[in-house]
Design a protein around this ligand. Structure first.
Ligand code: PHE
Ligand code: ZN
Length: 882
């Protein structure tokens, strides 16, 4: 019942009354049920003594309790209470062994939480609170235990039996076999994992910095065995990187990854046995794009890095989620930057943050990176906790410098190894190691919202002084009207007429460390001396803080920064500002019914980018991509989807027509190289293909039959998915109806056996700019390859439509909203986590015009009125309607 959903508060945190030193599990897996036998070695928490023995309240959901035995005495059902969330007993000793047996049904588990089946294999997902669907337990991260797990199953169907740690015994009896695994490290239940299935594996090994040999295994269903090399290479690179950059060595003799098709998230860092969504581990050139390859590399690294930032040192409670996630995202993004192009990685991350996290921060679900209340923790695996959390860690890295930061993390790992700790503990370790005060900085942990940083300049030629005044303001967010000033590190430079950085000489008040000034007040002026001429400021280089920077750059300033700034990120950012201005003016024209025009400055800028052969190709491609429609929505006061789409499209079209020759030259040159060189997922190859595909997408707007020929050739004769999918996408969004239909048919036939490629096929159609996209999506839901039970399918068809197809989803009739609400309701009981995530676009109703607002709200209200809302869906809808 929805109205029984309770809010949980950080301020109510209490240490557990009991601890579980050892956990012995035995699973008997059958086709129609599974038996779970648990033996828990329980003891009172010595830190929480009282005269009386408190009740023992074990978490448990959807469990059929068969027996309870305490210290070998069977407990009669009169002596305990069971409800739909817990099992409560009254112990009579300080320490005892509790044995329970429960029956569960993984074979009908569609929520994909706890123990469930994906295709023919059994697997688990326990974070955050899935373990309680496996057995009665103290399912909270501050209860850490040593696990021993025995799995018994049919030998034929489930030849592979895996759990955390090392296999210590195995055996066989008739047609069933068993294996026992022991994890020598204490861990919370959310890091438990079990897998049973008919799997193949690729094996490799890694020798650690202390010359220990670690066995590496990636398990997949047999048909995927040729798609794991990239993940294996990424894993070995991650292991080396964590040793070199953080001094962290792997700690078990074996590290396993298992790929599963049905998974709610990207992947999970279970100790020694990571479980991955197939989409985050499988990749080979013919079936996975460059982006997919990079995602695999990043997620493999992320989960591996959790072995220290998350597993060895874990979270005390779920309010501390960003302790492990923000830090680990920061770690994986630095890894990716080291493996590929640092600037491109930064650009991608910031574009993502600005589009998705800034929108979350401005919406009804806004929360600080350490929330102080939640109803359903699954709803807090957010871009704020992850991506903004990583930005907060990045700022700490900027403040302390590389060495200071490392001293801090060394102290953190040393001090807290084997513990469940808080964000405060993390910041304290960094502060202690560097003897600095981070009290004010910690407001980033407790205050939600995206600060605006407005900057005003003034130059005095007589004194040769240049003044910058910074004003910070953070808009109110739910339950936080007023905010205290943040510490905002602003990395900057002052450019002279030649585009060179002037030396920064601060006079008077303020702190300058290297090229970083520290904003700490609501309003603050910095004065720079010996500035011979009025400079152009380059502010917030490398996006040194997650804020919205406002500075009245002229168009000429932006063109100048685009060409000269020695910070690659800011060169790109200048190009984006220029494009945004040009688009926003056409939005106004479109709305007023005036003709739209292409800004000549933007065209000139693009022409010179295309002409400059000294530039890094990846940078050119980034700078030539106009800001995404979603981002244009985010920065609008009132977003007009049709106008945004029309204006952006108009500019693309004009640029395509006017710069056609240059686009063609780039296209042909790069395509020729693609045809000669075998595919590699390296930074230079990826850069080349992204420029090639960028050029193709402009060229396809020119309605030139020769371009169509080029596109068809790329579609039919590429040895890699990056080129083939780009060509398909262009065809799908082109006016060439018969070529488009044929390409879709051919592509499906070519890849019908590869679900991950078919996901792409669904997504391309869901994002189609043809007017009938909603009807098409509805039709595709009936396709043989679609199933609403598979989260990847839901994301690639329904999610892609609602999140990325701006005009399709926001059509004035409200049909898009109604469609989404229907799908949320269908998923509400089947898979509450996916249902709740799917809701995101509807929660942003305040961004749109009055009519659309009413239509969106009506759908939220319709969901609210439905029976048996899951806590996941209830929380999001409830907060969105407040
Ligand atoms: N902890 C996982 C990760 O970041 C994400 C996850 C959360 C997966 C909850 C499944 C369930 O890396
Ligand atoms: Zn993570």
């Amino acid at each position: 019942m929805s109205n029984s959903v309770k809010t949980i508060y950080l301020k109510d945190y209490q240490a557990p009354d009991y601890l579980i030193d050892e956990t012995h599990l035995k699973f008997e897996l059958f086709e129609n049920f599974t038996m779970v036998h648990a033996e828990l070695h329980i003891r009172r928490n010595p830190d929480k003594q009282s005269d009386e023995l408190p009740e023992l309240v074990l978490d448990g959901q959807e469990l059929e309790l068969l027996t309870v035995v305490m210290d070998n005495v069977v407990i009669n059902s009169n002596s305990y209470t069971v409800d739909d969330k817990s099992l409560t007993l009254q112990p009579n000793k300080n320490s005892f062994i509790l044995k329970t047996t429960v029956r569960i049904h993984p074979e009908t588990n569609t929520a994909l939480e706890g123990l469930y089946k994906s295709n023919t294999m059994f697997c688990t997902q326990c974070e955050a609170e899935g373990f309680r669907k496996i057995t009665y337990y103290l399912d909270r991260p501050d209860v850490m235990s040593k696990f021993t797990t025995t799995i018994e199953a049919d030998q034929q169907s489930y030849p592979i039996l895996l759990s955390n740690g090392n296999q210590i015994a195995s055996g066989q009896e008739d047609d069933r076999h068993w294996a026992t695994w022991q994890d020598p490290f204490k861990k919370p239940a959310y890091l438990f994992a079990l897998v049973a299935g008919d799997l193949w594996c690729v094996e490799d090994s890694f020798t650690t910095m202390n010359q220990r040999k670690v066995d590496l295994r990636i398990y997949v269903e047999p048909e995927n065995i040729n798609k794991v090399n990239h993940a294996m290479t990424s894993l070995k690179n991650s292991m080396r990187w964590d040793e070199e950059v953080y001094g962290r060595e792997y700690d078990l003799d074996i590290f396993m990854i298992v790929a599963v098709s049905d998974f709610n998230m990207g992947a999970m860092e279970n100790k020694g046995l990571n479980i991955f969504n197939t989409s985050c581990v499988l990749a080979r050139p013919e079936t996975a794009t460059d982006m997919a390859h990079q995602r695999v590399e990043g997620v493999v690294a992320h989960e591996y890095f959790h072995n220290w930032s998350g597993n060895r040192v874990t979270c005390r409670d779920w309010f501390q989620l960003s302790l492990k996630e923000g830090f680990t995202v920061f770690r994986d993004s630095e890894f990716t930057a080291d493996m590929n192009s640092r600037t491109v990685k930064r650009i991608e991350d910031v574009a993502f943050l600005r589009t998705h996290q800034f929108a979350e921060d401005a919406g009804p679900m806004a929360h600080p990176i350490r929330p102080d209340a939640y109803m359903e923790i699954s709803n807090f695996y957010t871009v704020t906790i992850y991506e903004k959390g990583a930005e907060i860690i990045r700022m700490l890295h900027t403040l302390l410098g590389k060495e200071g930061f490392r001293k801090g993390t060394d102290l953190y790992f040393e001090r807290h190894d084997g513990q469940a700790v808080t964000c405060d503990d993390f910041v304290k370790a960094l502060a202690d190691a560097n003897a600095i005060d981070l009290t004010q900085f910690k407001r980033w942990y407790s205050q939600a919202g995206t600060p605006q940083l407005e900057v005003l300049e003034s130059y005095d030629s007589a004194t040769k002084q240049y003044h910058l005044t910074f004003k910070q303001f953070c808009p109110p967010t739910p339950n936080q009207e007023e905010k205290q000033p943040f510490v905002i590190p602003v990395k900057m430079g002052l450019l002279n007429k030649q585009g060179q950085d002037l030396p920064l000489q601060l006079v008077g008040e303020g702190t300058l460390v290297g090229d970083v000034i520290l904003i700490t007040e609501a309003e603050q002026t910095f004065t720079f001396a010996n500035v011979g001429e009025k400079p152009v400021p380059s502010l917030l280089r490398d996006f040194s803080a997650p804020v919205k920077l406002k500075f009245a750059y002229s168009k000429d300033d932006l063109l100048f920064l685009m060409q000269h700034d020695n910070d690659g990120f800011n060169r790109w950012d200048a190009s984006q500002r220029l494009a945004i201005e040009a688009i926003q003016q056409q939005v106004v024209n479109y709305q007023a019914g005036n003709p739209m025009v292409l800004d000549s400055g933007l065209e000139k800028a693009y022409a010179s980018l295309l002409a400059d052969s000294s530039l890094d190709q990846a940078m050119v491609a980034e700078m030539l991509s106009l800001p995404a429609e979603n981002y244009l929505v985010e920065i609008s006061e009132v977003a007009d989807p049709d106008a945004i789409h029309a204006a952006r499209q108009f500019i693309r079209q004009q640029l395509a027509n006017n710069l056609k020759g240059q686009f063609l030259t780039h296209y042909q040159a790069n395509r020729a190289v693609s045809q000669q060189e075998a595919y590699r997922a390296t930074a230079d190859h990826i850069a080349r293909r992204s420029l090639q595909n960028m050029a193709l997408s402009y060229l396809m707007l020119t309605d030139d039959p020769q371009v169509l020929t080029l596109c068809l050739d790329q579609f039919k004769h590429s040895d890699n998915m990056t080129e083939q999918l780009a060509a398909l996408t262009n065809l799908v969004n082109s006016p060439y109806e018969s070529e488009k239909q044929q390409a879709l048919v051919d592509f499906y036939e070519q890849f019908a056996n590869d679900p991950l490629v078919i996901d792409q096929w669904f997504a391309v159609q869901a994002n189609s700019q043809a007017g009938d996209s909603l009807a098409r999506v509805v039709e595709l839901m009936k396709h043989e390859a679609f199933t609403i039970k598979n989260p990847n399918k839901v994301r690639s068809l329904i999610g892609a439509f609602a999140n990325n197809n701006l005009t399709g989803f926001h059509q004035k009739t409200g049909a898009g909203y109604q469609f989404l609400a229907d799908q949320v309701l269908a998923l509400n009981t089947m898979n509450p986590q996916i249902a709740s995530r799917l809701l995101t676009p509807l929660t942003r109703w305040r961004k749109y015009d009055e009519e659309r607002q009413q239509l969106m709200k009506a759908e939220l209200e319709r969901i609210m009125a439905a029976d048996k809302l899951s806590s996941d869906v209830y929380e999001v809808v409830n907060k969105s309607l407040v």
